[in-house]
Write a protein that binds this ligand. Structure first.
Ligand code: HEC
Ligand code: HEC
Ligand code: HEC
Ligand code: HEC
Ligand code: HEC
Ligand code: HEC
Ligand code: HEC
Ligand code: HEC
Length: 344
């Protein structure tokens, strides 16, 4: 290659770079969320604006390896993105005919009481209070005021009945058009499954839709049986005692039974890491291997896997160490599963 052609080649590369940066940018408008937003749960609503035909493909990805592909159909692009606990750096990449035309990056922090490192958002990160702001843009296509149906108070019996066939239910709720991501989870909590959102969120509160009462109060407003049963027990589990139901249960939905924030065993281990070996069950007397705490069928709760809750009540108990089965002594506990040859 001669010097001349090398220079020409270099110039054309520089020109291409200049042209490219010239063409790129200012295509994506992020209507929601603002950068440095704090969220509590796993679902983030994203709404973008983009001139028609400016891009033919949008890739959205986060630092947790989560990805979504969107083919833009109109000037307004709305979708739900999954958040992991902690920092989520969300990159939105718009391209046309295979070339990137614009990118946008948003930082969203998913707070979590369960993981101590994620309890506090980093400096500068705040909750968005979307519904307390001006959302004229969205109102071009969505109804943002709750309807009569949304405001209709449901009684517990009604929620119980309707939630059984919520799969078939076509929600009349105005909340559905934006918050329908909740229904994608396997386990949806009774009132959320029938879109009785306002049984917990107050439409007339400031900020709008604030949950006015504490975590426990809101839960026990319906779960009165559990309230009287648990609070009459001698021992109450630490997090229940301080009223943190949502540290373990997602109030809306999750992919784990009882809409827990993690599978049951993993949840317990998050706070009781040293118990994962099962050594604590047998102590030094029986074995140095430890008692199984998972991966075996539960001999008492048929059809379920053995886990920490096989032996401990996650909420409250009258017996030491929150033991299940109303047993007073260690030996009695063992007998519940090992007595009459339930397990060898
Ligand atoms: C040009 C019309 C239009 C505008 C403006 C608009 N949307 Fe949408 N949005 C839609 C349509 C259409 C759907 C799909 C509705 C459906 O399937 O029920 C949708 C769905 C959504 C969803 C659900 C996405 C999913 O699949 O989970 C969210 C969240 C959403 N919009 C948020 C917003 C927000 C926030 C704004 C304002 C910043 C907004 N939208 C503005 C038309 C619009
Ligand atoms: C135009 C779409 C849209 C509609 C319709 C809508 N929401 Fe939202 N909502 C959002 C967005 C966007 C957020 C921001 C947080 C997020 O990403 O979920 C939000 C946040 C919230 C929050 C958290 C507090 C806040 O203001 O940020 C609550 C609670 C809530 N919505 C409840 C409701 C209820 C109840 C309804 C129905 C009466 C409803 N929403 C209807 C888009 C919508
Ligand atoms: C059993 C009570 C309960 C019900 C029912 C309920 N929520 Fe919530 N929701 C909560 C609690 C508690 C929070 C956390 C509030 C806080 O952090 O201040 C919350 C927070 C939210 C948020 C903020 C999400 C985030 O990640 O920060 C949204 C959005 C929301 N709810 C939407 C809804 C919608 C839509 C419905 C109806 C399908 C609904 N909620 C039904 C209890 C409930
Ligand atoms: C508006 C009433 C209402 C409120 C408030 C409420 N729940 Fe529920 N909850 C229900 C109903 C209804 C069911 C379904 C029970 C049934 O079908 O028998 C349910 C079921 C549950 C279940 C069992 C799920 C399963 O798979 O068996 C858990 C766990 C639960 N709720 C936790 C909570 C927590 C935690 C809160 C507070 C954040 C809460 N609930 C607030 C009405 C409510
Ligand atoms: C330490 C975690 C943890 C906390 C905190 C917690 N739960 Fe639970 N909860 C569980 C687990 C695990 C299960 C499933 C137990 C099983 O496998 O049988 C459960 C089951 C339930 C059930 C269904 C079974 C039943 O006993 O009725 C309800 C309702 C419930 N929880 C409500 C609540 C409420 C209300 C609070 C707050 C006062 C709360 N939970 C706090 C872990 C927790
Ligand atoms: C958010 C943290 C957290 C989670 C999650 C959690 N625990 Fe606890 N647990 C505590 C605290 C705090 C205490 C009280 C301090 C102590 O006794 O160590 C406690 C105490 C206990 C005790 C001892 C009670 C006693 O009197 O000796 C048992 C047993 C227990 N937890 C079982 C469980 C089981 C089973 C799970 C899962 C369903 C679980 N924990 C999940 C925080 C947690
Ligand atoms: C087969 C029954 C069984 C299973 C399964 C089990 N435990 Fe235990 N756990 C016990 C017994 C028995 C004790 C009391 C031990 C003692 O007195 O030394 C206990 C005590 C505890 C204590 C309180 C004592 C202490 O040292 O602080 C905690 C916390 C605890 N278990 C957590 C868990 C967790 C978390 C799991 C799941 C990984 C689990 N356990 C699984 C039987 C069980
Ligand atoms: C909730 C039921 C349950 C309780 C309570 C229980 N176990 Fe077990 N235990 C099991 C199961 C399930 C296995 C696994 C059996 C298998 O391998 O198929 C097991 C296994 C064992 C083993 C064999 C361990 C190994 O690794 O092979 C010993 C020893 C044992 N248990 C002792 C005890 C003692 C001592 C107690 C009382 C402190 C106790 N168990 C309480 C369910 C229980």
């Amino acid at each position: 290659m001669s010097v001349k052609t090398a220079i020409a080649c270099l110039l054309s590369i520089i020109a291409a770079i200049i042209l490219r940066t010239d063409a790129a940018g200012n295509i994506i408008t992020v209507y929601y969320p603002p950068d440095k937003t704090v969220m509590e749960f796993g679902l983030l609503n994203i709404s973008l604006g983009m001139p028609i035909h400016a891009a033919d493909f949008i890739e959205v990805k986060s630092n947790h390896g989560l990805r979504q592909e969107i083919v833009p159909g109109s000037e307004n692009i709305c979708f739900t993105f999954i958040l992991e606990p902690g920092m989520n750096n969300i990159e939105i990449i718009a391209s046309k005919e295979g070339k990137v035309v614009d990118t946008s990056v948003i930082g969203v922090f998913r707070r979590s009481d369960l993981i101590s490192a994620y309890r506090k958002p980093p400096p500068g990160y705040v909750k968005s209070a979307f519904h307390s702001g001006d959302n004229e843009k969205c109102e071009q296509c969505h109804t943002l005021k709750p309807s009569e149906i949304d405001r209709m108070p449901l009684n517990l019996a009604q929620i119980k009945r309707d939630s059984k066939d919520s799969g078939q239910l076509k929600p009349a709720s105005t909340c559905y058009s934006c918050h329908k991501g909740i229904m994608k989870y396997t386990y949806v909590h009774g009132p959320a499954s029938v879109w009785s959102c306002l049984s917990c969120h107050d439409a007339d509160a400031i900020p709008t839709y604030k949950v006015k009462v504490t975590d426990t109060e809101v839960c026990f407003s319906c779960h009165t049986e559990q309230k009287s049963s648990w609070y009459s027990k001698k021992f109450i589990h630490g997090p229940v005692n301080v009223g943190k139901c949502a540290i373990c249960h997602n109030p809306h939905a999750s992919d784990y039974p009882f809409h827990l924030n993690k599978p049951s065993w993993d949840l317990c281990i998050t706070c009781h890491y040293e118990k994962r070996t099962g050594l604590h069950v047998l102590g030094d007397t029986f074995s140095s291997k430890g008692h199984p705490t998972r991966g075996k069928p539960d001999p008492v709760r048929k059809g379920k896997e053995l886990n920490c809750a096989s032996c401990h009540d996650p909420h409250a108990s009258d017996f030491p160490h929150l033991w299940q089965f109303d047993v007073e002594s260690l030996l009695e506990l063992c007998k519940k599963c090992h007595g009459d040859k339930k397990v060898r």
